[in-house]
Design a protein around this ligand. Structure first.
Ligand SMILES: Cc1cc2nc3c(=O)[nH]c(=O)nc-3n(C[C@H](O)[C@H](O)[C@H](O)COP(=O)(O)O)c2cc1C
Length: 195
């Protein structure tokens, strides 16, 4: 495969499209789009998000010590893009985007009700990376839409319809088909045992 060098840049995909929801000490709720987000440990369950230190959301996380990472379904693409274009310092984004803030089980930050998967995190620590802060949050609860459990055999990913973000080329895509099963189909390449 012939390659073209892109230089040091942030082109890598897919990334998740998430909405990070928070609340300030003044009780004002906010929601911002973040694609630099992911699970980084199982024990303890931990999520990392990377925020520019100028974000209103970053200020909120420091005020309350928690945040919620909401998985964005493809149907909310316009709302999610809006939440990445405007700051909570200027707009009430919940109101403007028609997003509904629901109470979380454990943390003070709200869930985005229309998102089918909401991960409640308690701030643990942060790492300074230039203007960004890699924020680690211990996962204290995960809320998944009941609809996903309607059929037998575990969670049905189609009901989530996760929106992915193609960083570097700035495009949103939805998922394609289920192509294989993890921790299983790679075993087809195991060496055959003698006998
Ligand atoms: C697709 C997309 C992904 C983004 N990902 C991040 C991110 O991971 N970290 C970040 O600091 N900003 C990210 N942004 C920019 C913020 O969402 C944007 O600056 C927002 O206005 C910040 O809101 P706030 O000031 O209310 O917190 C992203 C924007 C878009 C459109």
């Amino acid at each position: 495969m012939q390659k073209r060098q892109l230089g040091p840049c942030v082109t890598f995909f897919p990334q998740p499209t998430t909405l990070v929801s928070t609340v300030g000490n003044d009780g004002r709720k906010n929601v911002m789009t973040a694609s630099w987000a992911g699970i980084v440990s199982k024990t303890p369950p931990t999520m990392a998000i990377s925020l520019n230190k100028g974000r209103k959301s970053y200020q909120h996380i420091h005020e309350t010590g928690d945040f919620v990472v909401n998985m964005v379904p493809a149907s909310l693409v316009v709302e999610a893009d809006y939440c990445g274009l405007r700051s909570g310092s200027d707009d009430d984004k919940f109101e403007q985007a028609g997003l509904v803030a629901a109470d979380a089980q454990i943390v003070k930050s709200p869930l985005v009700d229309q998102c089918p998967l909401n991960v409640e995190c308690r701030f643990v620590q942060e790492v300074e990376i230039g203007d960004y802060r890699l924020i680690l949050g211990e996962i204290v609860e995960v809320n998944a839409s009941e609809e996903a459990f309607a059929s037998e055999g575990g969670m049905d990913a189609r009901t989530f319809d996760p929106l992915t973000y193609l960083g570097g080329i700035r495009e949103y895509w939805s998922l394609g088909d289920h192509v294989a099963d993890a921790y299983k189909d790679g075993s087809k390449l195991f060496k055959k045992q003698d006998g």
